[in-house]
Design a binder for this molecule. Structure first.
Ligand code: MLT
Length: 264
C-alpha cells in the first residue's frame, strides 16, 4: 500500500485485524524482513510494517534522515491509516526509531519491543566511519554496505547458504540515497539513554545470543534501565534474530503480548 507521508511516497503493509503491531525494520533493510512475523501474527493482530523513508520501496530524498524524521513519518502513517495506540516493534536502527517515537509520541504507545538494538549514540569514531561509508556509497553504490553487512546479520555459526542469500536479497535493492540518508542520520542521532527511565509502557527487550553487530550486553543495559521490562535472549541467533529464529522469536513475542491482554 502507498501513502503520502510528510511529502514522501511511503510503501507499507497493513494486514490482519485486532490490536495493532507496528514493525519497524533495521538498516539497510526493509519490511520484507518481517514476513515470518506477518505470517504468524496477522490472524490475531493488525500488522503495519512500513518501509522507512528511502529504504525498501519508499521514496528517498537527499541528505541525512534523522531518527526523529523516521519516527514522525511512522506517526503520520499511523494517523492516516487510523489506529489507536500501538505496540511498536523496532529492530536495530528500527529500535533507534522506536525510542525516538516513544520520546515524541508516548501517547500513541501501548507497548514497546526493542529488538537487537541500543540506546547509546555513535562514538565520534563510529560516526566518522558512517560518514566515510556514506561517501563510498555515493561513489560506488549500495553494494559497499551490502557487502560489509550481509555476513554480520546472522549468527557466525549459521551455515545455511539459502538464509545468507535471502539476507543479501533483502539488502540488495536499497537505494543509495536512502542508505546515505540513514547512515548520516544514525551518525548524528542523540543518545537516548536518559529517556529510558521515562518509558511507562510495558517493554520487551529481545536479542540474539550470537549478535556481533549489537552485542547482547546492549540489550541487558536497556532492560536494566527500563522499569518493569523483560529481557529475552534467543539462542543460536545473530543480529537479524526475528528472521533467523522466527519460531523462538514469535513464541517470546506471543507470550509477552498475551500478558498485555490487549483489546483492539
Ligand atoms: C541495523 O541493523 O539497523 C544497523 O546495524 C544499526 C546500526 O548500524 O547501528
Amino acid at each position: 500500500m502507498n501513502a503520502n507521508v510528510n511529502g514522501m511516497n511511503m510503501v507499507y503493509t497493513d494486514e490482519g485485524s485486532g490490536p495493532t503491531l507496528v514493525l519497524i525494520h533495521g538498516f539497510p533493510l526493509n519490511r520484507a524482513t518481517w514476513q515470518k512475523q506477518l505470517d504468524a501474527f496477522r490472524a490475531s493482530y493488525r500488522i503495519i510494517a512500513p518501509d522507512l523513508r528511502g529504504l525498501g520501496e519508499s521514496e528517498a530524498g537527499s541528505g541525512a534522515i534523522t531518527m526523529a524524521q523516521f519516527a514522525e513519518d511512522t506517526h503520520e502513517l499511523l494517523k492516516q491509516v487510523g489506529t489507536s495506540p500501538v505496540v511498536l516493534v523496532g529492530h536495530s536502527m528500527g529500535g533507534y526509531v522506536a525510542l525516538a517515537f516513544a520520546h515524541q509520541f508516548p501517547q500513541m504507545l501501548h507497548g514497546l519491543v526493542l529488538v537487537a538494538t541500543r540506546s547509546g549514540n555513535d562514538t565520534p569514531e563510529a560516526a566518522a566511519a558512517r560518514r566515510s561509508t556514506a561517501d563510498k556509497v555515493r561513489a560506488e553504490g549500495s553494494k559497499v554496505v551490502v557487502d560489509a553487512m550481509a555476513t554480520k546479520m546472522l549468527s557466525p555459526n549459521n551455515s545455511d547458504p539459502e538464509m545468507a542469500e535471502q539476507v543479501r536479497g533483502f539488502m540488495a535493492p536499497s537505494k543509495p540515497e536512502g542508505v546515505i540518508g540513514a547512515l548520516l542520520g544514525m551518525a548524528e542521532r542523540p543518545d537516548a539513554t536518559d529517556m529510558l527511565a521515562s518509558i511507562k509502557v510495558p517493554t520487551l527487550v529481545v536479542t540474539g545470543a550470537d549478535d556481533t553487530l549489537i552485542p547482547p550486553r546492549e540489550s541487558e543495559k536497556l532492560a536494566e534501565a527500563i522499569r518493569g521490562s523483560s529481557l529475552k535472549v534467543i539462542p543460536d541467533a545473530g543480529h537479524l534474530v526475528a528472521f533467523e529464529r522466527p519460531g523462538a522469536f514469535n513464541r517470546v513475542l506471543t507470550e509477552w503480548l498475551n500478558e498485555l491482554k490487549l483489546t483492539s
